[in-house]
Design a protein around this ligand. Structure first.
Ligand SMILES: *Cc1c(COP(=O)(O)O)cnc(C)c1O
Length: 218
């Protein structure tokens, strides 16, 4: 089923939009099946799970971190991942920068926006994003490539639309600022139930788990 699901979604995606297969709680075999069907980006919420999967899959796809990154996992994360989509604090950014200096690499990141301003969610508030990005631009080994949002987890994807609209407008505004060392290229938003709405509102990376792999059991 995984192959059929991926093919169906890839057929529907407009040009310029990338499908990220969200692998949390899936086996490396399941993830490989998605890659064989044409997925080029794998999203992982957990560093440890990614490490195991990476041992099997290696560089057959790009690895994006989409969970909440703890400081003590940064060193491992920058070795494993091609992008961190959930950068949400200066403290974390400084740790990433420090570890990247040691590893002699630059880490592409997206800034996570708490677009629905939910207290229980991580992410930078819309009104704080510009200041935050200007600070990040001074870290030589952290390379801002865009922004990401979860939006509210509601049943009806239409309820997410206003938050996608707002995040797109933040994206456009940041792009127009043209901050040095900041490139506004990726806008990651939309999940299984909402990715079509997200694409309509300007997403160019969509993060899909359930619709590729089925309901999560574990
Ligand atoms: C789990 C998850 C997704 C995918 O969710 P589905 O509803 O299974 O498609 C997307 N983004 C993040 C950050 C996630 O944690």
């Amino acid at each position: 089923m995984i192959k059929e699901n991926v093919s169906k979604i890839l057929c529907e995606l407009p040009g310029g939009v990338e499908l990220e297969a969200v692998a949390k709680s899936r086996t490396p075999q399941e993830v490989l099946e998605a890659i064989d069907a044409g997925v080029k980006i794998i999203g992982e919420n957990y560093v440890q799970e990614a490490e195991l999967a990476f041992g099997v899959i290696g560089n057959k796809a790009k690895w994006h971190f989409i969970g909440h990154l703890q400081k003590n996992k940064v060193k491992k994360a920058i070795r494993l991942f091609d992008m961190i989509e959930t950068l949400d604090s200066l403290e974390l950014a400084e740790e990433v920068d420090k570890m990247c200096v040691r590893e002699n690499k630059a880490m592409p990141v997206l800034v996570e926006i708490n677009s629905a301003k939910e207290e229980q969610k991580f992410g930078v508030l819309p009104e704080d994003v510009e200041t935050f990005i200007r600070r990040l631009s001074r870290l030589d080994n952290v390379k801002v490539m865009g922004i990401m949002t979860m939006g509210p987890m509601l049943g009806d994807p239409e309820d997410a639309r206003p938050y996608f609209v707002e995040t797109k407008s933040i994206f456009d505004k940041l792009k127009a600022l043209d901050v040095s060392n900041v490139e506004m290229r990726y806008l990651s938003m939309g999940m299984s139930n909402s990715y079509k709405v997200a694409i309509a509102e300007g997403a160019n990376i969509v993060r899909v788990g359930t619709k590729i792999f089925g309901e999560r059991e574990r």
